[in-house]
Write a protein that binds this ligand. Sequence first.
Ligand code: DAT
Ligand code: MG
Length: 139
Amino acid sequence: MTERTLVLIKPDGVARRHVGEILSRIERKGLDIVALELRVAPVEVAGAHYAEHEGKPFYDSLIEFITGGPLVAAVLEGPRAIAAFRQLAGGTDPVEKAVPGSIRGDLGLDPGENLVHGSDSVESAEREIALWFPALAGK
Ligand code: DAT
Ligand code: MG
């Protein structure tokens, strides 16, 4: 089933010059990039994006990190795109749940600054695409 997923190359991924590496892995996997933009996330967008984590101990540093520099926001499309990108990304903690061969497993070290975000369900993808790329919502 063709799906869309919202992906972020987080500020650490941009700062560490891994944008090309990460986009290359996405392309090699066979996912289509249907939207792509470098931007600095406003605090309101970051807060809405991570609303489910509000109140958790890492929330404030997460918002500070995600708004702290340019990131790359993208929409990917393809069969089972949501799960496919989550597999490319690997586990949330790049060491504790290291997945060798994944973006986080290969390039990450910090449980908070873990290079990429990918939507975790069809509902999250719809919500996140509407938030980051309103012109694409529902299309
Ligand atoms: P994922 O990004 O794999 O979907 P998540 O939705 O549980 O993971 O958490 C969102 C982000 O919040 C995650 O990418 C990094 C940060 N985070 C999660 N758990 C954390 C923790 N225990 N310590 C620090 N940052 C954390
Ligand atoms: Mg998540």
